[in-house]
Design a protein around this ligand. Structure first.
Ligand code: HOZ
Length: 425
């Protein structure tokens, strides 16, 4: 496969952009080689600058759940762009968006739009602190909640991919309030709560982790966190930047029937445009400025183009709930097919899967937390990644990221992916 134009673009990019990319994971640093420069995408496929075609299993890390350049979303953007791209003033569309989200997601009385998942999680944490008057919070090893200072401790995603242990620039004062526990380990959380009585404002979790590969919560784990939060006056924050509107219309809260106090969302509510949101119980949300004093603001918050793109996408999801069964079926076929081929080749692996999120981990053991994810054969993943890329299949360029399936992926693409795996040795 010729990728000479990507190669020369990467050379050029490195002269102007740190590492040649605007977000580290996409630099291919851990898998090696040159990142593929994308020119356009449609449906299930990405097309690079050298006109190579790839089946996309990243889908912009989640939001392109109905495939790329989904026509109703594109058309809505086209129409609204003619009325200007930003006002910095309220619009009716923002109310409609809030109403739509509330009709889909349980336990949201009030919701505030922001511009990214990072902003959403950063703001939800500030709110939890302001509401409880406490400073510390618990996050889980290998979970990633964006790049705000407080969250860059034992984080997944790019931090795991690049093996960054601590981030220069994050002050000790900030990181000492970040407490960490292994994912799926309730006793560790109980110990932290006992160690810091009445000091913990929040527990933030990806209810299904997607930043150390895809890792599922074990039975009773989320319920256990909910009841610990109730017992100790701690705010439970579900980071649904990846799972929101993807696993179910109401995200993991609906799927597991667990009530979070606050929930955060990301790019999916912008149909792939830069958007995030945080919302939850009125008792907590009423502390957000200008209703309360927990300050949070942004000119681009509720941006009209992002709103119409997201509104159109979410409405499609709400009106076509059968898409979730289709996504689950396609992902199941994909996972089953890949697993069968790897077994035939005697390659030890574990596939973690839920709905349209999945990941293949190379190792015999169950992958249930960051430690078990790290024990997998990363070198083998990297080889698998490059083999599939060469065959026209685009996986996340890191063993520490979830794969995301879109409804544009049909039996044809699944079969082509499995055919590509057959050639792996
Ligand atoms: N942090 C993103 C995945 N968990 C990757 C962002 C990007 O490179 O686009």
């Amino acid at each position: 496969m010729n990728r000479s134009r990507s190669e020369s673009l990467f050379e050029r990019a490195q002269q102007h952009i740190p590492g040649g990319v605007n977000s580290p994971v996409r630099a291919f640093k851990s898998v090696g080689g040159t990142p593929v420069f994308i020119k356009r995408a449609k449906g299930a496929y990405l097309y690079d600058e050298d006109s190579n075609r790839y089946i996309d299993y990243i889908n912009s890390w989640g939001p392109m759940v109905l495939g790329h350049a989904y026509e109703p979303v594109v058309e809505a953007i086209r129409q609204h762009a003619a009325d200007s791209t930003s006002f910095g003033a309220p619009t009716e569309l923002e109310i409609e968006m809030a109403e739509l989200i509330k009709s889909m997601v349980p336990n949201v009385d009030l919701i505030r739009m922001v511009s990214s998942g990072t902003e959403a999680c950063m703001s939800a944490l500030r709110l939890a602190r302001g509401y409880t008057g406490r400073n510390k919070f618990i996050k889980f090893e290998g979970c990633y909640h964006g790049h705000a200072d407080s969250f860059l401790v034992k984080a997944g995603s790019g931090m795991a991919t690049l093996n960054i242990q601590s981030v220069p620039g994050v002050s000790t004062g900030v990181s000492q309030d970040t407490l960490t526990a292994p994912y799926n380990n309730l006793s560790a959380v109980k110990e932290l709560i006992a160690q810091y009585p009445d000091q913990i404002a929040a527990i933030i979790i990806e209810p299904v982790a997607g930043n150390m590969g895809c890792i599922l919560p074990q039975a009773g784990y989320l319920e256990g966190l909910r009841s610990l939060c109730d017992q100790h006056g701690i705010v439970l924050i579900f980071d649904e930047v990846m799972t929101g509107f993807r696993l179910a219309p109401g995200g993991a809260q609906e799927l597991y029937n667990i009530k979070a106090d606050l929930v955060t969302f990301g790019k999916i509510i912008g149909g792939g445009l830069p958007v995030g949101a945080f919302g939850g119980r009125k008792e907590i949300m009423q502390h957000v400025a200008p209703l309360g004093n927990v300050y949070q603001a942004g000119t681009l918050s509720g941006n009209p183009i992002a709103m119409i793109a997201g509104y159109t996408l979410l409405q499609e999801l709400r009106n076509n709930p059968s898409v979730y069964q289709k996504l689950e079926q396609t992902t199941g076929q994909l996972a089953g097919g890949i697993s069968r081929e790897l077994n035939k080749r005697g390659i030890d692996h574990t596939v973690n899967i839920l709905g349209s999120m999945m990941s293949v981990h190379f190792g015999k053991h169950a992958v249930v937390d960051f430690e078990s994810a790290k024990q997998c054969d990363i070198g083998l993943f990297n080889r698998f990644f490059h083999h599939l890329l060469q065959q026209g299949v685009y996986l996340p360029p890191s063993a520490y990221e979830s794969w995301f399936v879109s409804s544009a992926i049909t039996d044809v693409e699944v079969a082509a992916t499995i055919e590509a795996v057959k050639k792996f040795n």
